[in-house]
Ligand binder design. Structure first.
Ligand code: DAH
Length: 357
């Protein structure tokens, strides 16, 4: 057995620590530990050799050997920690979060263009003192036609291609239908309150219709009704003129022409001068005006003075009260305003279309 000396303990410890500092993996550290501190490791062998020394030397060299063992152990511990930390740091750097990457935006919803235009229309009338009411989409024949001066069998019913609902009341006398316009709310509102009445009614309507670029079988309407003592045709014109200016610009001009709707007398249609060609009134432009088809005018709604029969039908005295009513199609208004060429876009649910609004 080798006799340990101060010299060979110091040499051994120095070599071991120098070797240790060059190691850079946990596996090589383990090999190092086995080589020096393992059961047959160099330092262990040296320690075992202490037994052969005399008592004085054993105490002196033993203390040195223990110190050497401790410094090897703490060196190993420190190096293990360093290697672990380096590994952690490397891992952290490898899957580091790159905060300069643009984030993923959550899909954002928005209002349907029809909803937007309906709200805009309602806001324009609300600003003139009208309040908003809504009514049923499945309606009685009674309100959709009868109360609007459109009796059964009357040819005027042909103006509305009706989708009937397979249902009648117990008496079997009131066919149901999908409302063909928002006008039935005129009678419903007047039955429920006394004048003055000033309401607008936005809502969905249905017609048995072949679809094309300007016809849908379902669409929106906004109905309007104002009834009080002393309301005249001048009030109708003034109100609708103001509406046209609010939606289509301050400089708009309007035109009223005779039209027929059974629930008004006189009945009119209202047009605005074409905002696209500035109402170049029939003077054809290069290629023509797509919006007004070179007529200079764009029809935007039907209107009229409430028919006395509609008033008396709901118990209003037509000698005391007068009123005006109007109805317009928001999709048509939106098509004009935003240059949309096909009403079917509104209900095709194509995001490329919807995202533009
Ligand atoms: N309800 C009519 C339609 O669907 C539109 C209309 C015209 C409404 C004249 C009115 C009006 O209130 O006075 O064709």
């Amino acid at each position: 057995m080798v006799q340990p000396t101060q010299q060979n303990i110091e040499d051994l410890a120095g070599a071991a620590l120098a070797e240790l500092s060059a190691l850079d993996s946990l596996e090589s550290l383990e090999q190092w530990r086995i080589a020096y501190l393992g059961r047959r490791g160099s330092l262990t062998v040296v320690l075992r050799g202490l037994a052969g020394l005399d008592i004085e030397e054993r105490r002196r060299i033993g203390a040195l050997a223990n110190q050497a063992k401790q410094s090897l152990e703490s060196g190993l511990e420190a190096r293990t920690r360093e290697i672990n930390e380096a590994a952690l740091l490397r891992a952290a750097q490898e899957d580091r979060l790159d905060v300069t990457l643009p984030g993923r935006y959550p899909a954002e919803g928005r209002l349907h263009p029809t909803t937007q235009i309906v709200r805009e229309i309602c806001a324009a009338f609300a600003g003139m003192g009208f309040s908003v009411v809504e009514g049923p989409e499945v309606e009685w024949d009674h309100y959709n036609f009868e109360m609007l001066n459109i009796p059964k069998g009357h040819p005027a019913r042909d103006m509305w291609n009706t989708l009937w609902v397979d249902y009648t009341n117990e008496a079997g006398e009131q066919p149901m239908l999908l409302r063909t316009h928002t006008s039935p709310m005129q009678a419903r509102v007047m039955e429920s309150r006394r004048p003055p009445v000033r309401v607008i009614v936005p809502g969905k309507c249905y017609r048995y219709e072949a679809t094309d670029a300007t016809h849908e079988w379902h669409f929106y309407q906004v109905e309007g009704l104002a009834v009080d003592e002393g309301i005249t045709f001048a009030n109708l014109k003034g109100t609708l003129y103001e509406f046209a200016r609010r939606l289509f610009g301050e400089e708009r001009r309007v035109r009223f022409r005779c039209d027929y709707f059974p629930f008004v007398e006189p009945g009119v249609d209202m047009s605005i001068d074409c905002f696209a060609c500035q109402g170049a009134s029939g003077q054809a432009q290069d290629g023509g005006c797509r919006i007004c088809r070179d007529s200079g005018w764009i029809e935007i709604m039907g209107a009229g003075m409430v028919h006395p029969r509609v008033l008396s039908g709901v118990g209003y005295d037509p000698d005391k009260y007068t009123g005006f009513a109007f109805g317009l199609g928001p999709e048509r208004i939106a098509m004009l305003k935003y240059g949309i060429d096909d009403i079917r876009h509104f209900y095709a649910n194509d995001l490329r279309f919807l995202r533009q609004f």
